[in-house]
Design a binder for this molecule. Structure first.
Ligand SMILES: Cc1ncc(COP(=O)(O)O)c(C=O)c1O
Length: 458
């Protein structure tokens, strides 16, 4: 029998030492192994993951071009916080949020203030913290209690807002959505606002459906409330997806710093900012809206760089990728990319509506995201969870889930169209989904007893 040492020299893959036993998972193994074997073990295990490009559940980027990948590989060793060591990267971060302040119609972009984050969750936390601290400072100045801050938002907010309220002791006031008010739209807002309200969150591209909340309408409702009560309530726009769609596809929609009540806006660069995970941005319309005591100064090259973030170290590569895209695409390139995604979304939503059993919740004309539910008469046969399972067998990841309060009895399914889901692949998806519907219908149909075995053939 050959010795193991001889095995190494002829390198028979999967028959080398450590490749003939299961890897140690919960306790660190005692001895090292070769890098080739360790690589192969990790590489092979992740083959069991889904295919990221077929993941129609995620908002997060799964494709970038070759030059971006080259830049990524050149810079993944840089830490964003090391502004002394990487002053150019720090300057590029600064360029990026100024570009965004301008894109979001800041009346004085040079005087805005912003930062990169690891994603929208961190960006939303920072936006929420600024709202809370400004409210506290104003209340203290008036000798009033700061015990019970509250934040108003739709019941359909992303979980990061529930986290914010939980982590920082803010009472969440959820406005339930309904068939009549499918998003937070300013309706009945007065019954939620009081002197302890630190702000209202408006979402541009609701996670559950992709719909825009009408920020201008919310702002006008708050104007009315201020007139009646004197409570001046600011808005943070959670534009995780929509803040990188609306400027290109709906430039006339007023949702951003054109509204004075909008104090801050956040987005996920790794969603429709088209960058790989994880990068987000948060920007305040003017520096005075971010209380100074929340900012820490990092000095570099004789100057000083203000930082306001939850994490200290984080990757810098994505910031460079964002700047690459701003240069590479420009406004017109971003418009073309987002318009193509929207065309694919509308093509998919109309194809799904035409299949028969489904009723669209929306059609993908806000952000390129849409949801649908089963028509009532189909409910007894099979549900969207069954369809989700069928699609998964072909590699497509399309989640089914209940809507939030007060619509939690409704189950929807949702598709997020991203750069990289081509019209050709979309047609492939429609063909697969149509075949799945046919299969599920056939399975649910009452079987004539004499043809029992044929009824299940497919
Ligand atoms: C509206 C909204 N806000 C916040 C988030 C959190 O974003 P991130 O995953 O970048 O932290 C999401 C994620 O889907 C979202 O859709």
């Amino acid at each position: 029998m050959p010795k193991k040492r001889e095995h190494i020299s002829v390198n028979p893959l999967y028959a080398r030492p450590d490749e003939d036993t299961a890897a140690s998972r919960y306790v660190m193994r005692q001895d090292p192994m070769t890098p080739e074997t360790a690589y192969q073990l990790v590489h092979d295990e992740t083959m069991l993951d889904g295919n990221a490009r077929l993941n129609l559940a995620t908002f997060v980027g799964t494709w970038m071009d070759d030059q971006a990948e080259r830049l990524y590989a050149e810079s993944y060793d840089k830490n964003m916080i090391d502004k002394d060591e990487y002053p150019q990267t720090a300057a590029i971060e600064d360029n990026c949020w100024h570009i965004l302040a301008n894109l979001w119609n800041s009346p004085d972009a040079a005087n805005s203030i912003g930062t990169s984050t690891v994603g929208s969750s961190e960006a939303c936390m920072l936006g929420g913290l600024a709202l809370k601290r400004r409210w506290q400072l104003a209340r203290r100045a008036e000798g009033k209690s700061t015990e019970k801050p509250n934040l108003i938002m739709s019941s359909a907010v992303q979980v990061c807002w529930e986290k914010f309220c939980n982590y920082w002791d803010v009472e969440p006031r959820y406005v339930p959505i309904s068939e009549e008010h499918q998003t937070l739209d300013g309706h009945d807002l007065a019954s939620y606002v009081d002197e302890n309200t630190i702000g209202v969150v408006g979402v541009l591209g609701v996670t559950y459906t992709g719909m825009y909340e009408p920020i201008e309408k919310i702002s006008k409702a708050l104007d009315k409330i201020e007139k009646a009560t004197g409570f001046n309530v600011p808005i943070h726009v959670d534009g995780a997806s929509g803040a990188m769609i609306a400027p290109f596809l709906q430039p006339d929609l007023v949702w951003d710093f054109r509204l004075p009540r909008v104090h801050s806006i956040s987005t996920s660069a790794h969603k429709y900012g088209l960058v790989y995970p994880g990068l987000g941005w948060v920007i305040w319309r003017s520096a005075d809206l971010l209380p100074k005591e929340l900012i820490f100064d990092v000095t570099y090259l004789g100057g000083s760089m203000p930082t306001f973030a939850l994490n200290f170290s984080r990757p810098a590569a994505q910031v460079l990728l964002q700047f690459y895209l701003f240069l590479r695409l420009g406004r017109e390139g971003f418009r073309q990319v987002q318009q193509t995604s929207q065309d694919v979304a509308v093509h998919l939503s109309s194809g799904i509506a035409a299949m028969g059993p489904f009723e669209l919740w929306n059609d993908g004309t806000d952000i390129p995201v849409f949801a649908w539910r089963l028509k009532k008469q189909h409910k007894a046969k099979w549900d969207l969870y069954d369809l989700s399972d069928r699609l998964k067998m072909q590699g497509w990841l399309v989640p089914a889930y209940p809507m939030p309060d007060d619509l939690s009895s409704i189950t929807v399914q949702r598709i997020v169209v991203r750069n990289g889901l081509s019209m050709d692949l979309a047609d492939r998806f429609l063909a697969d989904m149509s075949a799945d519907v046919e299969y599920l219908d056939r399975l649910a149909a009452p079987m004539p007893s004499q043809h029992k075995s044929k009824a299940f053939a497919h």
